[in-house]
Design a protein around this ligand. Structure first.
Ligand SMILES: Cc1cc2nc3c(=O)[nH]c(=O)nc-3n(C[C@H](O)[C@H](O)[C@H](O)COP(=O)(O)OP(=O)(O)OC[C@H]3O[C@@H](n4cnc5c(N)ncnc54)[C@H](O)[C@@H]3O)c2cc1C
Length: 498
């Protein structure tokens, strides 16, 4: 422990994955840390519902980068496996089209090669070239893992490389430079949607490692991803951290240009040397700092930015089990570029859809009673700013439509098998977690809102107020918010020890 940290303390507002990871890092460094969460459980978007022996898990289901998690336990000589069990996911991701054709993005390199030879033999060399291009970009562009956002100087120095690498091109455009198959282009660019980006507009080089999943095993968490949040909370408390649940922070106290403490909705108050917020970025400025000019200004400026899409999720439990349906599928509809335009630019609810289908019980049967299964069909939709419809009316219709589509494509007698079903729409996320416009990914990762141009992990005016999570550097998604927590922890510890 750094001697200058003795007697110092910090507060982290919000126990999403970004907040949990930051709290662990601070506490592990010897800084007495209090984590305050509005809800009764930690985990943020990784929520869980239980009914009649079924566990319905929300949030990210695929862990592509377990090393970033292991690091949080290894900091203090502990082992992730003490709290969380990782299960390998077979097949990686299956992409399927309405005519029944499919492409499996295997984690295993040899299997992937065989699949490429079957699906798009002409693109094998192009795929290798694409991977080389992205690996090269990773080395050329600023912004290392767990490091803060690149500053203006390093951005300027990187400009020639960005021009050479054609950083202005979208993910789909970049993939299309190397890949000729229309369907493979869709498969290799659609994943940016789960970072909140429009494949037709998000810069391919803002986060090159994340966009096209490198080969390697993917994992899920036994018992659901919310078990990961519970495990992180346990690790934090084991290190001596304090968690306060079910009491939202109402206000960050400010004196001059320093944060001095927080007040919660229940009236609880405490002083802190350093404060970080993992809450939605607009809420953090507009509400928690709304009594300051900085908070009001920044809240207004951030609210004007384009935000990522919302997600409409249908959770359903079925009688029977389906060993042939992989854990993760993407069911493409008849349109791709036009559908993205509807979601990101026009803001309509189209007749067709793109579905991310999760089937967790194929890997972890314990999530349902014997012989039964759970599924989650997730459809990206325009956020509440672009599509201000009455979701109470539309929700049940869309729920039916998604179940019909899964039935048509995969389970013909689905309607006779449904035991439970419910949906979760963008207004639910806005209400439950305070997310701006119900976006599951916060600020949209367009070129001018990515990389060093994303909000930073330290406020520019209030020097001991920090930010972590989807709205900040480096972006949304589990692995990004974990890396953002590493960056924020470094800045907070530096600020307290310099
Ligand atoms: C259905 C779904 C599927 C997804 N799938 C994927 C995927 O496949 N891959 C992927 O990488 N990502 C996925 N994501 C996105 C990923 O889950 C998020 O980017 C990530 O979890 C966001 O973490 P975060 O740290 O920003 O915090 P959040 O999860 O947004 O949590 C913020 C926390 O702050 C709390 N809070 C808010 N206001 C206050 C306050 N005033 N006081 C105290 N606490 C407060 C909230 O209650 C919440 O717990 C998915 C998201 C959803 C909804």
């Amino acid at each position: 422990m750094h001697s200058q940290l003795a007697g110092r303390n910090a507060c982290v507002i919000g126990a999403g994955f970004g907040g949990l990871a930051l709290a662990i890092r601070l506490q592990a460094a010897g800084l007495a840390t209090t984590l305050i969460e509005a809800r009764a459980e930690p985990g943020g978007q990784a929520q869980q519902w239980r009914q009649d022996g079924f566990i319905f898990d929300a949030g990210p289901g695929l862990i592509a980068d377990p090393a970033a998690l292991r690091e949080l336990w290894a900091l203090t000589g502990h082992d992730l496996a003490d709290d969380v069990e990782l299960l390998p996911v077979a097949t990686g991701i299956r992409f399927s089209w309405p005519d029944g054709s499919h492409f499996d993005l295997h984690g295993d390199a040899a299997e992937l090669r065989r699949e490429m030879a079957r699906f798009a033999p002409a693109d094998i060399a192009g795929y290798d070239a694409l991977l080389r291009h992205l690996a090269h970009a990773r080395h050329q562009l600023p912004g290392a893992v767990n490091a803060p956002a690149p500053d203006a100087g390093s951005m300027a120095r990187a400009l020639p490389a960005m021009l050479r690498l054609q950083a202005w091109r979208s993910v789909h455009d970049t993939v299309s430079r190397f890949i000729t198959s229309t369907r493979l282009r869709e498969a290799l660019s659609v994943q940016v949607l789960m970072r909140g980006g429009n494949p037709m507009a998000a810069s391919s080089l803002s986060m090159p490692g994340d966009l096209i999943r490198p080969t390697g095993t993917c994992w899920c968490i036994r018992g659901g991803t919310s078990r990961l949040a519970a495990g992180m909370a346990r690790q934090f408390e084991r290190l001596g951290g304090t968690i306060r649940l079910g009491d939202p922070v109402a206000r960050v106290e400010i004196l001059g240009n320093r944060a001095t403490g927080v007040t919660t909705r229940s009236g609880w108050q405490a002083d802190f040397d350093s404060v970080a917020s993992n809450a939605d970025i607009v809420h953090s400025y507009r509400d928690l700092l709304g009594h300051t000019q900085r908070g009001r200004r920044q809240g207004r400026a951030l609210a004007r930015k384009p935000f990522g899409p919302g997600l409409f999720s249908v959770h359903f439990a079925l009688e029977g089990s389906w060993p042939g349906i992989p854990q993760h599928m993407v069911l493409f509809g008849p349109r791709f570029a036009e559908l993205m335009n509807d979601i990101f630019n026009i803001g309509v609810l189209p007749q067709d859809q793109l579905i991310f289908l999760h089937h967790p019980t194929v890997t972890d049967p314990g999530l349902a009673p014997t012989g039964r299964s759970t599924f989650q069909a997730v459809m990206p939709v325009a956020n509440l700013g672009r599509l201000p419809i009455d979701w109470r009316q539309i929700g049940p219709l869309l729920e039916q439509r998604l179940i019909d589509e899964v039935g048509r494509r995969l389970i013909p007698d689905i309607h006779d098998r449904v035991i439970h079903r419910f949906h979760y729409a963008p207004p639910d996320l806005a209400q439950d977690l305070g997310t701006h416009l119900g976006s599951a990914f916060s600020i949209e990762p367009r070129l001018m809102q990515s990389g060093g141009l994303r909000p930073r992990n330290r406020d520019a005016v209030i020097g001991n107020f920090h930010l972590v999570g989807a709205g900040t550097w480096p972006g949304a998604g589990l692995s990004a918010v974990l890396h953002g927590a590493g960056a924020a922890a470094g800045l907070m510890l530096e600020e307290l020890t310099q």
